[in-house]
Ligand binder design. Structure first.
Ligand code: TRP
Length: 334
């Protein structure tokens, strides 16, 4: 049975891009019977880039409520908060001691910061680099190796971290025995990378997102703001050169996509196309939105779900970590 695992860093509010690119496909894959799924809220990762306690707490709540509202079956999938599994930071240390500094020097996240400092003429190339940022790939490796995940669905920007996880796992295995499965990266090309309002990839760092749980009226307003060209109603439009169409595609069935293509060729007005897009997204999210609001006003339910997940996660992590510690020589005296 293969194990799928992925985490979401808890620094922001869920948006349509997260939904289409990560959460929805994860929930669908978790319904497959031959898969074991681990989904978690990466709140230790959040600390690396965010020192706003209320924001982290609020984001954790919103992201947890999102997965639950969208129908994640928490009896099947293991759904937990990273910080509720103390075995993970413990494993992080064991792995840190097996990780060469040179490997971390090559991490994109770290190098990007150094490059920015250099470009800005800073004397200290490591300005703003915490040890959290520097050794972030080790924590991520621990997340994955703790549960011997074989498949890790992530965005393309995370593939280097997965290579590092395999490097670290292989070194540990080499010294202490075959404990870890080599995790494979799953970059799903069928899953759409959603454009944001300005056409660049929808991302909170570009400030171009459509939040997932906007009330109906505001959702419509946001969709009306998606960038288009200035072609008039009646003028034929190219579906392959339209952000409205790109987003529509991510939600529609094949038949609906073909119908919309025909509408474009027939010169549908941008306002009408956007209205159709709004209706499609709104219909898909309507029921879950109510569920989400209900969960947000009943935080105890969310907390109880996460505690249930932590128990399940630790049922695997506790004995596995004990075995790993014994392997490195941390054992009861005898
Ligand atoms: N670093 C990932 C991101 O920023 C989130 C993450 C943390 C993760 N730990 C993970 C993803 C383990 C997959 C597996 O998107």
């Amino acid at each position: 049975m293969s194990t799928v695992l992925t985490g979401i860093t808890t620094t922001g509010s869920p948006h349509l891009g997260n939904y289409v690119g990560a959460i929805k496909p994860a929930i669908i894959s978790s319904q497959e019977t031959d898969m074991k799924s681990y989904f978690f809220l990466a709140d230790h990762h959040a600390l690396i880039k965010c020192w706003e306690p209320d924001r982290i707490a609020q984001s954790t709540k919103e992201i947890a409520a999102t997965w639950l509202a969208l129908g994640l079956d928490t009896d099947r999938a293991v759904f937990y908060r990273q910080s509720d599994v103390p075995e993970i930071p413990e494993l992080t240390w064991l792995l840190t001691c097996m990780t060469s500094k040179g490997l971390m020097n090559r991490s994109h996240a770290y190098k990007a910061q150094v490059q920015e400092n250099t470009e800005q003429g800073e004397d200290d190339p490591d300005k703003g680099v915490t040890m959290g940022l520097f050794s972030y790939p080790v924590l991520m490796s621990a997340d994955i190796l703790m549960f011997n995940a074989s498949q890790v669905p992530v965005g393309k920007d995370q593939t280097q971290h997965l290579e590092m996880a395999r490097d670290i796992a292989a070194r540990f295995n080499h010294h202490f025995g075959e404990h870890f499965v080599m995790p494979q990266t799953v970059v799903n090309d069928n899953v759409a990378v959603l454009p944001g309002l300005d056409g660049r990839k929808m991302s909170k760092s570009y400030n171009n997102t459509i939040p997932l749980w906007l009330p109906e009226k505001q959702l419509r307003k946001h969709i009306m703001k998606i960038k288009t060209n200035s072609l008039e109603p009646g003028e034929p439009k190219d579906p392959n050169d339209s952000f409205v169409f790109d987003i529509y595609k991510a939600f529609a069935t094949e038949q609906q996509v073909n119908e919309m293509k025909a509408e474009f060729v027939n010169g549908i007005a941008w306002g009408t196309a956007k209205q159709m897009l709004f209706e499609m997204i709104n219909t898909e999210l309507q029921e879950a939105r109510e569920k989400y609001q209900e969960l947000m006003s009943n935080p105890d339910i969310i907390e109880a779900e996460l505690q249930k997940g932590a128990v399940k996660a630790r049922a695997y992590a506790t004995p596995f970590l004990a075995k790993l510690k014994a392997a490195v020589g941390i054992r009861p005296i005898k």
